[in-house]
Design a protein around this ligand. Structure first.
Ligand code: ADP
Length: 196
């Protein structure tokens, strides 16, 4: 499987699970592009774009930005890639987004080969996010962190069974150092045909 083969992977997990770090490392290792919706939206806010102004309030409260907006954003990113070799971090977050991703990938002939679920207990997540908040991310205050966990459980956790039913889910223990988690993901991905 070479660097020209279309491929999609999703990194799923609660806020603070370490998806962004792992998605970045795996994107480099596999010659893929990381598409991190949280990063993209924060860049839009920092640049003061119309989109950024639209999403700022919702993000600060720890709520989800609208499905339609996210789906358009992903469609725009996919259209820039040829071939499409993408790791999604922070998308999909709802079943509507998951269905949309399925269609967007199918239209482009890109196989979604695996969904990596990073599992971390909630107490560990809140502590990680609180220390990140002390470093300055303004949606990382403790109350907002709790809100984001609640939104995850309500809106996003249903995707765990959604992808398990489709035979795509790979569960990974997300507690430990980034190197340890990276190694665990490696042993999951080794079992998936068409990746390494
Ligand atoms: P974390 O992984 O720590 O939850 P992200 O950086 O992925 O944080 O996302 C930060 C915020 O951006 C979310 O709380 C939400 O407001 C918004 N966001 C990111 N991705 C999506 C998405 N797929 N759907 C809706 N909102 C999103």
């Amino acid at each position: 499987m070479g660097a020209e083969t279309p491929l999609a992977l999703v990194f799923l997990g609660p806020p603070g699970a370490g998806k962004g770090t792992q998605a970045q490392r795996w994107a480099s290792a596999l010659g893929m592009t990381k598409i991190s919706t949280g990063d993209i939206l924060r860049q839009e806010i920092a640049a003061g774009t119309a989109l950024g102004q639209q999403v700022q309030g919702v993000m600060r409260q720890g709520k989800l930005v609208s499905d339609q907006l996210l789906i358009e954003l992903i469609e725009g990113r996919l259209s820039r890639l040829s071939p499409v070799r993408a790791i999604f971090d922070g998308f999909p977050r709802t079943e509507v987004q998951a269905e949309a991703l399925h269609s967007l990938l199918r239209e482009r002939g890109v196989p979604l080969r695996a969904v990596l679920l990073l599992e971390v207990p909630e107490a560990v997540l809140i502590e990680r996010i609180a220390s990140r908040g002390r470093e300055g991310r303004d949606d990382d205050a403790i109350e907002v962190a709790r809100k984001r966990q609640q939104v995850y459980r309500q809106e996003t956790e249903p995707l765990v069974s959604y992808y398990a039913q489709r035979g795509l889910l790979r569960r990974t223990d997300g507690v430990g150092s980034p190197d340890q988690v990276y190694a665990r993901i490696a042993s999951e991905l080794e079992q998936v045909p068409g990746i390494c």
